[in-house]
Design a protein. Structure first.
Length: 271
């Protein structure tokens, strides 16, 4: 991954909660000079406030050389927080948003006709294992897109799309997807308890199984379907379970309905 040792200007981070804070730690790990970072956060967590000792500017009165403005505030407060940031923008500044549901059109209305990247990360970003889907408007130069890619990769993989309309579907798959996986662990634990395992043991087994299977898939070059087939012996226990899960009204049908519902809701929230 490209580093940030040669970054010039100031990177302004607006919102340093869990996601914004994870990104900031990732940038510093990539060699970004702390003195080139300005954080706007009314109530910085202790670990963010402590970065002031390394040179990070916390809530500075002014920034006159913003090269990147990263918008990491809650979307519910975006209408109040984002428009005043227009004063930070120069002709060569790119705004990078990780706010769910806030479209390029909304951001243009708040910031003006400038270079904007809209992105949707997910919660595993907190441990550097997220995946982000991003789209750039026509004002974003090749250099700005490359810089945005480097900044977003500090929290995991990045996939770029040309059609902003795909963001709603991506939100339904990867943005909301971790919750589906956590639900799988919950339901697997309850099913284990239902067949006689002590509840605490069932919970530990389910948690470790889901985490381990995810790590195996992460490290393997094999398709998920191939990994599944490799676990499944003909007429064995796994095959008996998969016959239920893969029935016409089973997991695939439920997942399709769930992702469609999340996609619809994402569109509604985006207006």
């Amino acid at each position: 991954m490209a580093g940030l040792e040669d970054f010039s200007g100031t990177l302004v981070l607006v919102g340093a909660g869990k996601m914004g804070g994870a990104m900031l730690q990732g940038w510093l790990a990539l060699g970004l000079d702390p003195c080139k970072v300005a954080v706007q956060e009314p109530q910085p967590a202790p670990e963010i406030a402590a970065l002031a000792a390394r040179g990070v500017r916390i809530n500075p009165a002014a920034v006159d050389d913003a090269r990147v403005v990263v918008l990491a505030v809650k979307p519910q407060i975006a209408a109040a927080v984002v428009p005043p940031l227009k004063a930070l923008l120069r002709p060569d500044t790119v705004a990078v948003s990780i706010m769910a549901g806030k479209t390029l059109q909304f951001l243009k209305g708040a910031l003006g006709d400038c270079a904007i990247v809209r992105s949707i990360p997910n919660t595993p970003a907190a441990i550097g294992r997220g995946i982000t889907v991003a789209v750039a408007n026509a004002k974003v130069s090749a250099a700005q897109r490359a810089l945005s890619d480097t900044l977003l990769k500090s929290i995991g993989a990045v996939e770029w799309v040309d059609d902003e309309g795909l963001i709603d579907a991506a939100t339904a798959v990867s943005g909301s997807g971790p919750a589906y996986v956590f639900l799988l662990a919950e339901t697997l634990a309850r099913a284990g308890a239902a067949v006689g395992l002590p509840a605490d043991l069932a919970a530990r087994l389910a948690r470790a199984t889901v985490a381990g299977a995810g790590e195996l898939m992460h490290r393997s070059a094999l398709e998920a379907a191939t990994l599944r087939e490799n676990v499944t012996s003909p007429n064995g226990t796994t095959a008996a379970a998969l016959a239920i899960l893969m029935a016409p009204d089973g997991l695939e049908a439920l997942m399709a309905k769930a992702v469609a519902a999340a996609t619809r809701r994402s569109k509604e929230l985006a207006g």
